[in-house]
Design a binder for this molecule. Structure first.
Ligand code: KG4
Ligand code: ZN
Length: 337
């Protein structure tokens, strides 16, 4: 069964055709990053306009690259939440129009469920249940994936997401948006022990995260050095900061893995591309004996193949929507439509 996936929740216009939730026939991603870079972050109005301009060509590209037509497609899956509302609406409205005109079922997909499904593309043998660390630019969750459509949040960030924490610290160091990628690369050559950073505590939950204190501590190191006229070593600060963020994520995730006795663990979202995070997850897997699943790098960031994969399983469970489908800037990963 072929699913056409459409994704427009942030700054990537993407479409893909995936067979039976696992085999990617095509995956087209038109990135707007270059255009947003001069502003230091995504400008929502520009994102919506660029999605509107790109979406027809991107969807046509995905169909032609897969060498199929709409007649071969069984359902259209589209990201409907969470994300930038104006950006999401472009994909949702396009998918509605296409579904109506082609007489195809419409399947709404939660963006973070899509990120988790990127692991189904990279690991054909992976099936729920597993415990997943979801770390993107907008969200940081520990998710108990009980079934393809039954997901429970075990821990979540109370403020910034991990990707946001990387991007904001990088920006303060003069690294252009999205700085997380470059910070990771620069950190490889730095000393992680050079600048001490706190490991924040959150009241009320041992699994929840808070990144704002960590980000502020990094900004203070930079400001204090500037005031004193001292030179900061960017590679050392990148390495120290990356070490602090990854240790913090791993502390909480490994606690959840051990306490729940998870035998299968995974990561997903843009930050799952982080080199140190991937190495530390491999260590955790070795220590606990839990099997580790990581998405291939090409599926860590936003793409539509992951939406088509999750869409396949949502479709099998009968989760389709009518023409009244709306988009939502926020929606819990455990919520149904
Ligand atoms: O999942 P994603 O593509 O978009 C959202 O759904 O938010 O995640 C983008 C985030 C950005 O904050 C980016 O800086 C971060 O993922 N990111 C990284 C790395 N690659 C992407 N952060 C740290 N290390 C990386 N290698
Ligand atoms: Zn994403």
């Amino acid at each position: 069964m072929l699913i056409l996936g459409i994704e427009t929740s942030c700054d990537e216009t993407a479409a893909a055709v995936v067979e039976d939730g696992r085999r990617v026939l095509s995956s087209v991603v038109a990135s707007q990053i270059e255009e947003h870079r001069i502003y230091g972050g995504v400008v929502p109005e520009i994102a919506s306009r660029r999605h509107s301009e790109a979406i027809t060509a991107v969807v046509n590209g995905a169909l032609s690259e897969a060498e199929v037509t709409l007649a071969d497609i069984s359902a259209i899956a589209v990201t409907y939440a969470p994300g930038l509302i104006g950006a999401l609406l472009v994909g949702v409205n396009f998918a509605k129009g296409l579904a109506l005109s082609a007489g195809l079922p419409l399947v709404p997909v939660h963006h973070l469920r899509g990120h988790i499904a990127s692991n189904y593309l990279s690991h054909p043998e992976l099936q729920p249940t597993f415990l997943c660390l979801v770390v993107s630019g907008g969200h940081s969750h520990i998710v108990d994936v009980q079934d393809y459509d039954t997901l429970n949040v075990v821990g979540r960030t109370r403020d910034d997401a991990a990707g946001e924490a990387f991007d904001k610290a990088a920006r303060a160091m003069g690294i252009p948006y999205p700085g997380g990628v470059e910070l990771d690369r620069i950190a490889e050559g730095g000393d992680p022990g050079r600048y001490p950073l706190p490991r924040p505590r959150v009241d009320g939950s041992r699994y929840d995260f808070s990144f704002s204190g960590l980000k502020t501590a990094a900004l203070n190191i930079l400001h204090n050095a500037r005031q004193r006229g001292e030179e900061i070593s960017v590679p050392d600060l990148c390495a120290s900061y990356r070490r602090a963020v990854v240790d913090y994520l791993l502390d909480h995730f490994s606690l959840a893995v051990r306490e729940r006795g998870a035998r299968h663990i995974a990561a997903a979202g843009g930050v799952s591309a982080n080199r140190l995070l991937r190495r530390e997850l491999e260590n955790l897997s070795r220590e606990t004996g839990a099997a580790l699943y990581l998405p291939e790098l090409k599926y860590c960031g936003d793409n539509a193949a992951m939406i088509a994969s999750q869409g396949y399983y949502e479709f099998l469970k009968g989760h389709t929507a009518g023409m009244s489908l709306n988009a939502y800037p926020q929606r819990d990963i455990s919520a149904g439509l």
